[in-house]
Design a protein around this ligand. Structure first.
Ligand code: PLP
Length: 503
């Protein structure tokens, strides 16, 4: 029997809902503390006290001294310090071993270092994303001065043996930098005991506010600032402190659940996996079992299903999940994480990541499995036509009765030129979407193939029936059908600034 529609958030690794106590702490900081924490008078000193308390709270949760914590605008900025830190390495030892499954917030700074002449060696994960100490032994060379290895992967939930890996690095005189964004709140983090030199954190992954994070620098570890200007954070990170965000970060840190409270979540995740395997025995699991992965995260490959369409259909039923593919601005690239684990591009495009939070209940689980039963049976998916770039024709595009809608997530940013005659609507512009009600068919396009199916399913929920979407988006069409793209270009009516990003 199918249950009433619910909203189930299965995407906690993207971000977490801001908790009530965090909201209250932030509101209090915003209303009660207006001064700049660097100013000497009473209000300024009170503001400085908020920053100081946040630092002490985070330091206590990590079992380190407060002065080892530097607040940043988020984990992306904290990870970017790998560049300024690497610049302090001795000239003969400018080689870095890293985990190729790192978040782009770490990979991109590493690529910049490579362009600057640093040597990089990627470790080789196994099929569940694990990298052991023996892999470091295999890759070791005398020039290595830095090892970059996350504590938990955001797509698969895989935990890494930070203690063992950092000890192996230290034994050879190398430094150890760990992105711990996805580990904070999931496992106890005693940084002193783990032996890392640098670690990074993000408030919004633990029910805190977005736009705030921290960098831990072990006392005595080499350091050079990345953001220079005023003398904030002891001269290590310039910029007026984001007081309300830090108040929220501190409140979130205080609510970090004890490891015992995550075992119920792990049981629910395991029950989901069991249920999914029953529904679809061909399902492939990409997350390690038991305590080797985050309690609420699982990555599943459903061969034969396109994750963009699964995502749209699940969204139609009120379920938020993530695809195993990174939506980059250039093209619909399969996830670098899954490729590094040995999955093919096709398998990566059939992969979903589900990350449950502490509020995930047995009722949510039953609903989730009911929806998967419907979606995987495939009857519903025929309700929306999927048009592959290879099947797009000019006759179709110029049909008189066809309404073409181009979905943009961020209309203020550049993207590919929409098809001639397209109506461009922002994904979040509800009134504009409510105006889409033509008598004839609607064809939806987007940049890389994720946003159009989502909108198609929500138009269907509003009662529209004759709907089709362009698979792989306009970048897919441009790459797959350059002939058609060139012919259409001459007839395009898109705005010129919409025409610039090259895939
Ligand atoms: N590192 C990991 C592992 C992440 O999952 C994320 C966010 O998704 C980041 C870094 C970036 O964090 P922030 O959003 O605070 O910049």
């Amino acid at each position: 029997m199918f249950r009433l529609r619910r909203n189930v958030n299965c995407d906690h690794n993207a971000t977490t809902p801001v908790s009530r106590s965090v909201r209250l702490a932030m509101a209090k900081a915003l209303t009660g503390f207006q001064a700049n924490p660097s100013t000497p008078y009473r209000e300024g000193r009170q503001a400085a006290f908020i920053v100081d308390r946040a630092r002490r709270d985070l330091a206590a949760a990590l079992n380190v001294a407060p002065e080892t914590i530097i607040f940043t605008s988020g984990a992306t900025e904290a990870n970017n310090h790998v560049r300024s830190i690497a610049a302090t390495l001795p000239p003969g030892r400018r080689h870095i071993i890293y985990n190729p499954m790192e978040h782009p917030a770490m990979l991109e700074p590493l690529r910049m270092l490579e362009r600057d002449g640093f040597g990089l060696t990627a470790a080789r994960p196994d099929h569940l994303g694990r990298i052991g100490v023996s892999e470091l032994d295999r890759l070791w060379r005398p020039e290595v001065a830095l090892v970059v290895m996350m504590a938990a992967n955001n797509e698969t939930g895989t935990f890494y043996d930070v203690r063992g890996l950092s000890a192996a690095a230290r034994a050879r005189g190398a430094l150890f930098f760990s992105d711990m964004v996805q580990a904070l709140g999931k496992i106890p983090l005693d940084l002193a005991g783990l032996g890392v030199d640098y670690a990074t954190f993000s408030a919004h992954k633990i029910s805190g506010p977005k736009g705030t994070g921290a960098l831990y620098v072990r006392k005595g570890a080499p350091f050079a600032p990345l953001v220079v200007g005023g003398g904030q954070e002891g001269g290590r990170r310039a910029g007026t402190e984001s007081l309300h965000n830090l108040a929220g970060f501190a409140a979130a840190v205080k609510e970090i659940p004890s490891p015992a409270r995550t075992s119920g979540l792990r049981r629910l995740k395991e029950a989901f996996v069991e249920g999914l395997l029953e529904l679809h025995p061909g399902t492939q699991l990409n997350s390690p079992p038991g305590r080797e992965s985050q309690p609420g995260t699982v990555s599943v490959t459903l061969p034969g299903f396109d994750n963009a369409f699964l995502l749209g259909q699940l969204d139609y039923h009120g379920i938020s999940v993530a695809a195993g593919s990174a939506c980059r601005t250039g093209a619909n690239e399969p996830s670098h994480v899954l490729l590094a684990m040995g999955l093919s591009a096709e398998q990566a495009r059939s992969t979903l990541r589900l990350s449950f939070g502490p509020d995930f209940s047995k009722k949510d689980l039953r609903y989730l499995l009911d929806v998967f039963r419907i979606v995987l049976a495939g009857q519903e998916s025929r309700a929306i036509d999927v048009i592959l770039p290879g099947s797009v024709t000019e006759d179709f595009i110029f049909r008189k009765d066809l309404t073409i809608v181009h979905v943009k997530r961020f209309p203020g940013l550049k993207g590919p030129r929409p098809l001639p005659g397209s109506r461009v609507i922002a994904l979040g512009d509800k009134p504009a979407w409510e105006g889409v009600n033509p008598p004839g068919p609607v064809f939806l396009t987007c940049e890389v193939g994720y946003d159009a199916p989502i909108m198609a399913w929500s138009l269907r929920r509003r009662g529209l029936r004759d709907l089709s979407v362009l698979a792989l988006g306009l970048w897919g069409l441009k790459l797959g059908r350059p002939d058609l793209w060139r012919r259409l270009d001459g007839q395009g009516r898109g705005t010129p600034e919409d025409d610039s990003n090259e895939p």
